[in-house]
Design a binder for this molecule. Structure first.
Ligand SMILES: Cc1cc2nc3c(=O)[nH]c(=O)nc-3n(C[C@H](O)[C@H](O)[C@H](O)COP(=O)(O)O)c2cc1C
Ligand SMILES: [Mn+2]
Length: 480
């Protein structure tokens, strides 16, 4: 395990020259956003604002704002290493070994996973200071107003914890929180998210706890779209290589990461809602104000000297892009379990995740591109994807120039387009009947027998290997 808490990560960032401490007094009202936005745009360091007007708690921003920081945050050279560990594990489970020695090794691997399950502890740093009842005041926290037309102050990096009333498993999701007054907030869990499902299953009252600031793997795991009832803390434990320690909350029975900086405990009532938003969202537009459940805060606990982390979203790419890129890499091996022909995927920044997914496939039979589109549209939060573009395995999905060339050449608008239907992301503002609507699938693969293509598919323009070798060997002779 690389980091036992957020401060360990700050120390590492500083060691790597990836953190700046800002000692000048700054305001939580737009100023920190503008400074952070400029730093993020130039691939700058994380920022620790130590002198926040009206507050004693420092604010940490841009903690995840690049591929390099995300790798450092998850304790690896490159985030692909985590995907490789998942692939290796799936491989051993899918192809159980025959020899006794290898079987013992597999058992060892599985036991290691069991050891990475979250553990409950009795005492926790996040409960060093406890505020209950009249002492609860959300305005003590240096919560930012991010963009000029925002409806108020928003907590943008909270780990929101709920439990399905019908089950024992907890869900962890990052859903922004708007502060209404000193002890009530909005809770922006969107229709298709884990907590929204728990709320739908609630008859009267649902307990909610919110952990702010933990070790980076634990924070990130809240953004991972795991299937319902798969514990985000097991994923965090796997990434950290060490189990997450949880502690029971003071005023409800939920468990929160013990190493959190700040914890907000409370409950929501069924059938109580209030206007939440507008908010300068990760789409680059303000998301519309709409009704969301109201959190009644019962208790706030924190460390002796807490740090308040905040994520900046807005016109892409922002911090959510880098967090989501890790998810894209980590989930690729899991997508391949169901759709083995998938070679690679890319969710480009401009597509803000739900608007575009580009997928390359090893195509073997007619119509396979449509199988893959339909498969993806049936898979968890990928069901919200508005546009899916399918290309052949040899196309580099991360090279948008190559991709545009291939797609524009290959596509026949009469035959290669599928307009389908399904759920849409709550943040999609293009469709008047939000949350449900049209999707576009583009089959830009090479057409084969059985797909109604009657000519021979043209060859790529390429030089022969022998001429390349000849020119290689004579290169000096040409006198360049
Ligand atoms: C910085 C950041 C902010 C986010 N804000 C929200 C939000 O306000 N509402 C929401 O539903 N999802 C939000 N998400 C996306 C969810 O965290 C993500 O969909 C995750 O899978 C939710 O967990 P769940 O699958 O357990 O519901 C945000 C993600 C990030 C990285
Ligand atoms: Mn979940």
């Amino acid at each position: 395990m690389k980091y036992s808490n957020l401060n360990d990560y700050i120390i590492e960032l500083e060691k790597q020259g990836l953190l700046l401490r800002v000692k000048t007094e700054v305001s939580t009202d737009l100023e920190i956003t503008e400074i952070t936005d400029r730093m993020m745009a130039t691939d700058g360091p994380a920022l620790l604002f130590e002198n926040v007007a009206g507050h004693t708690i420092p604010v940490l921003t841009n903690l995840f704002g690049s591929h390099k920081k995300m790798s450092l945050a998850l304790g690896v050279e490159d985030v692909d290493q985590i995907a490789d560990r998942i692939s290796a594990l799936l491989d051993t489970v899918q192809n159980p070994p025959k020899s006794i020695g290898a079987k013992v090794k597999l058992l060892g691997e599985l036991l290691k996973i069991a050891k990475l399950s979250p553990k409950t502890v009795k005492q926790a740093p996040c409960q060093e200071v406890i505020h209950t009842g009249e002492q609860v005041n959300l305005f003590d926290l240096p919560i930012l107003k991010n963009w000029p037309l925002d409806g108020g102050k928003f907590i943008t990096l909270p780990l929101v914890i709920t439990q399905d009333p019908k089950k024992s498993s907890q869900n962890y999701g990052i859903y922004r929180i708007q502060v209404y007054d000193k002890n009530t907030t909005g809770l922006h869990w969107q229709t298709h998210k884990g907590a929204a499902d728990h709320y739908r299953n609630t008859t009267e009252k649902l307990d909610v706890s919110i952990a702010i600031g933990s070790d980076p793997a634990t924070i990130w795991s809240g953004s991972a779209p795991l299937p319902p009832d798969v514990d985000e803390m097991l994923l965090a434990g796997f990434v950290r290589n060490s189990p997450v320690k949880l502690v029971k909350c003071i005023s409800n029975n939920l468990k929160v990461p013990a190493n959190s900086e700040i914890v907000i405990e409370g409950y929501v009532l069924k059938n109580e809602s209030r206007i939440e938003g507008p908010f300068g969202d990760h789409t680059g537009y303000y998301s519309e104000a709409a009704d969301y459940p109201v959190l009644h805060v019962t208790t706030i606990t924190h460390r002796n000297n807490p740090i308040y982390p905040s994520a900046l979203v807005g016109k892409p790419p922002k911090e959510d892009y880098w967090m989501g890129k890790v998810t894209e890499r980590v989930f690729l091996p899991l997508i391949k379990l169901t759709l083995p022909e998938v070679h690679d995927i890319n969710m480009p920044a401009e597509g803000i995740f739900h608007n575009m997914l580009i997928v390359s496939i090893d195509k073997r039979y007619p119509g396979q591109a449509y199988k893959v589109m339909n498969g993806l549209w049936g898979m968890g939060l990928l069901s919200l994807t508005k546009t899916i573009v399918v290309v052949d395995k040899f196309v580099d999905v991360h090279n948008i120039s190559e991709l545009a060339w291939r797609v524009l050449c290959n596509i026949n608008y009469d035959t290669d387009i599928l307009i389908s239907k399904g759920p849409l992301d709550d943040l999609d503002h293009s469709n008047p009947s939000a949350k449900f609507g049209a999707k576009l699938g583009i089959d830009a693969t090479r057409k084969i027998d059985g797909e109604g293509y009657t000519s021979d598919w043209p060859e790529d323009v390429e030089m022969t290997e022998d001429i390349k070798q000849l020119v290689d060997s004579r290169w000096k002779e040409y006198g360049f």
